[in-house]
Design a protein around this ligand. Structure first.
Ligand code: PLP
Length: 428
């Protein structure tokens, strides 16, 4: 098969011909006026339907201790909901705050309060910005664009560090945090990361928990958004709180989680967990912000799932819907690009994304070509701080939302665009 030949083996003439052929195929897609979308890391409607019993009339609104969930109160979340998620995630109930429907909201609020009030008696982080030397966060890349937006909005400088197969490049991380007291934190998506699907190894978790940092108020933002979202294979994650405890840094981690991709992204339950002193600080700030979050929804989730085991079974049902979609993405990448040298990609064990790397300088062109053929992709660069992918090579694919037919067409066009952009680049 032509497409399997490494692109470097082509003569200039052969390559020109190959590009011509690809452009003719491309033009035929353009004539179809398609409107496909691979940007959205959203559950499909049929995934959402799996949780529709949550919308049924709830049998009762009293908590197990008789408290009325409909009324004001219980700032940090209802005990039975804390218990359910503590058991699911291996956390301590007293280390938890159940918030509203969005973990991103909790991340932004936590980061904001660190800027405004500081933590553990250290200076508020905004102090450094006002002095012209803003604090910094390490950002493993490629990563989740909304994390980067939180930092940008709050004036926190971002330093990209490579995300390797087993977590952030710890040699770099350790060196940087040891040397610079202005580095106050790091973003981590430790399981099935967005977008690469990387799962942190035990060694990386231990190193993050125990590494020496110049900043006493260094914090890990541990966003376990895909903590139970195994699609092909269950992957375990070392408990970072236990590691931090052993290393003598009980307040180092803020742990975030939500049911956005378990039940409903628009109406789920989110949580933050941390050390006792951090939790006390967060509760104090939160008590100025609200009298309490949506306890009826918390109770609804408890009545619906009842046990952590039921959540895992439910994730198994969701995985059944996601697997054919991930399979299809892999099939087309494999069929059209394997062996060409024009791209490589991740084969995630879970989560929501596939990360594709084109040849350098080809991601933006690929995204533009796809758009002009009716396939919208996540903006090139979005997976990097400030939208700057120096290599211009990373593209995030989100296969969950479209149906299989739409996804297949989108993948044919996408792989074609990768080839065109790559060949154009080589011929330039
Ligand atoms: N964290 C990561 C890594 C995500 O990929 C997403 C959504 O795509 C979120 C957080 C958003 O979470 P939530 O819906 O709980 O705000």
């Amino acid at each position: 098969e032509d497409t399997m030949t490494p692109i470097n083996n082509y003569t200039q003439e052969e390559l020109t011909k190959e590009l011509q052929k690809a452009k003719e195929e491309y033009a035929s897609y353009q004539r179809q006026n398609l409107n496909l979308n691979l940007t959205r890391g959203k559950p499909s409607p049929s995934q959402l339907d799996l949780s529709n019993d949550l919308l049924k009339e709830m049998d009762g609104y009293l908590l197990e201790d008789g408290t009325d969930a409909r009324n004001y109160g219980i700032l940090d979340g209802i005990p039975e909901c804390k218990r359910l998620f503590a058991l699911l995630l291996g956390l301590k109930e007293e280390a938890l705050i159940i918030g509203g429907n969005s973990s991103l909201n909790l991340m932004f609020d936590t980061l904001s309060s660190l800027c405004l009030f500081g933590t553990g008696g250290e200076k508020p982080w905004i102090y450094y910005s006002l002095n012209g030397t803003p604090v910094k966060f390490l950002c493993p890349v490629p990563g989740y664009d909304r994390h980067f937006t939180c930092c940008e909005e709050l004036g926190i400088e971002m330093i990209p560090v490579p995300l390797l197969d087993d977590g952030p490049d710890m040699e770099q991380v350790k060196k940087l945090v040891k040397a610079d007291p202005l580095i106050k934190g790091i973003w981590c998506v430790p399981l099935h990361s967005n977008p690469s699907g990387v799962c942190y190894s035990n060694e990386v978790v231990s190193m993050l928990a125990s590494m020496e940092t110049a900043a006493p108020d260094f914090r890990i933002f541990w966003d376990n958004a895909y903590g139970v979202h195994h699609v092909y294979e269950e992957v375990s994650l070392k408990n970072i709180f236990e590691e931090c405890q052993v290393a003598g840094y009980p307040e180092r981690v803020y742990y975030f989680f939500s049911t956005s991709k378990i039940t409903f992204p628009g109406a789920g339950v989110a949580l933050v967990a941390s050390g006792p002193s951090n939790i006390a600080e967060l509760k104090k700030h939160m008590s100025a912000q609200t009298i309490g979050h949506d306890k009826v929804n918390q109770l609804r989730h408890v009545k619906y799932f009842k046990t952590p085991e039921n959540i895992r079974l439910h994730m198994g049902e969701l995985a059944k819907q996601l697997r054919p979609k991930f399979d299809l993405v892999e099939t087309w990448l494999d069929r059209e690009l394997r062996g060409t040298g024009l791209a490589d990609w991740t084969s995630p064990k879970g989560g929501y994304f596939v990360s594709v790397n084109t040849l350098p300088h080809c991601a933006r062109r690929t995204v533009q070509l796809a758009k002009e053929a009716g396939v919208v992709l996540t903006k090139a660069g979005a997976t990097y701080p400030y939208g700057k992918d120096e290599a211009d090579s990373n593209i995030r694919i989100a296969p969950s939302y479209p149906n299989l037919d739409e996804l297949e067409t989108a993948m044919k066009i996408f792989t074609l665009c990768v080839k065109i952009a790559g060949m154009e680049n080589i011929l330039e």
